[in-house]
Design a protein around this ligand. Structure first.
Ligand code: NI
Length: 302
């Protein structure tokens, strides 16, 4: 009886080992992702300090820090700015931002769009006050509203990647996650000449596997207005204005007219309180923080 049990245990152990290796091969996208995962797991707190000295020696295992690095990791070819809008005027409007690094600043972010009229109304408010925001778009929505995507870019706002279908990354392999994100990034690059630099996972999903599958900085939020839940402009206004602090990332959704209505009050309200309204990438730049791929940011305080 003991022998049978021992034998069964052996078989179980063998099955487990075999199962593990199959799982690893099936779900890991590439060796650089494995290494990235290992590096993050081994030294979560010292990554920042060790990033610079060793990046030239072991580029594959360190988080990616620049637009160029992210591009080359994703597309396997040398980075060149892929820009459809070649006129100097639009280029400078897209990229130029004036801010005072010593004054408080926040980043308004809008998920799940573009959403038609609600996004247009939000964009109109942002343009009226000459401020910027970041739209974490779904590929399927961007496909539906290409004109709004162009308007967002031309307004100097930033577009982030919120997946293509708003899928649940907890139920997907690393390959599936990377592929779905790539669909949205490819759409932006091919249809709009826009290279995405930031990701926000649908439902704010996160775990070590998800982080390791994402070759972009991952942007979460510090203030959740719950606009999608309340659909109440006044509550959204109170949530955004009541708690805003320097470096905050504020979460809203550009699918609802109640949110658009709230934004018409939130923007002048934040300006009155002395805040500058920047895109997330501008916030990183203003705070002197270099965002790392596979790393989650909830606010940027420098
Ligand atoms: Ni979402």
């Amino acid at each position: 009886m003991k022998n049978i049990k021992a034998c069964l245990s052996c078989i179980l152990v063998l099955l487990f080992i075999t199962g593990c290796s199959v799982f690893t091969e099936d779900t890991v996208v590439g060796i650089d992702i494995l290494d990235l995962d290992d590096a993050a797991a081994a030294k979560p707190s010292s990554l920042h300090e060790t990033a610079s000295p060793s990046i030239t020696e072991e580029p594959d295992i360190m988080p990616l820090t620049s637009e160029k690095q992210i591009f080359e990791a994703l597309y396997g070819e040398p980075y060149e700015p892929y820009i459809k809008y070649s006129s100097e005027d639009i280029q400078s409007r897209r990229h130029r931002v004036e801010y005072d690094a010593d004054k408080p600043m926040v980043a308004l972010t809008f998920d799940d769009g573009p959403g038609g009229e609600s996004t247009r109304a939000i964009l109109s408010t942002l343009t009226q006050y000459s401020v910027h925001a970041t739209f974490f778009m779904l590929g399927k929505q961007a496909k539906q509203y290409p004109d709004i995507v162009d308007s967002v870019i031309e307004a100097g706002c930033e577009i982030g990647n919120h997946s293509y279908y708003h899928s649940d990354f907890l139920k997907m392999t690393q390959r599936e996650i990377a592929d779905e994100l790539q669909m949205t990034s490819d759409l932006m690059l091919q249809e709009h000449g826009y290279f995405i630099k930031l990701v926000r996972t649908p439902y704010g999903r996160k775990n070590d596997e998800i982080k390791a599958a994402i070759k972009y900085p991952i942007i979460f939020w510090d203030i959740d207005t719950l606009d999608w839940d309340t659909r109440d402009a006044q509550k959204t206004i109170e949530a955004a204005l009541g708690k805003a602090k320097d470096g905050d990332i504020i979460l809203m959704h550009d699918l609802y007219m109640s949110t658009a209505e709230a934004v018409a009050t939130i923007v002048p309200g934040l300006l009155d309180r002395g805040f500058q309204l920047l895109t997330v990438s501008e916030l990183f730049e203003a705070k002197g923080v270099q965002p790392l791929s596979g790393t989650i940011y909830r606010k940027v305080t420098g």
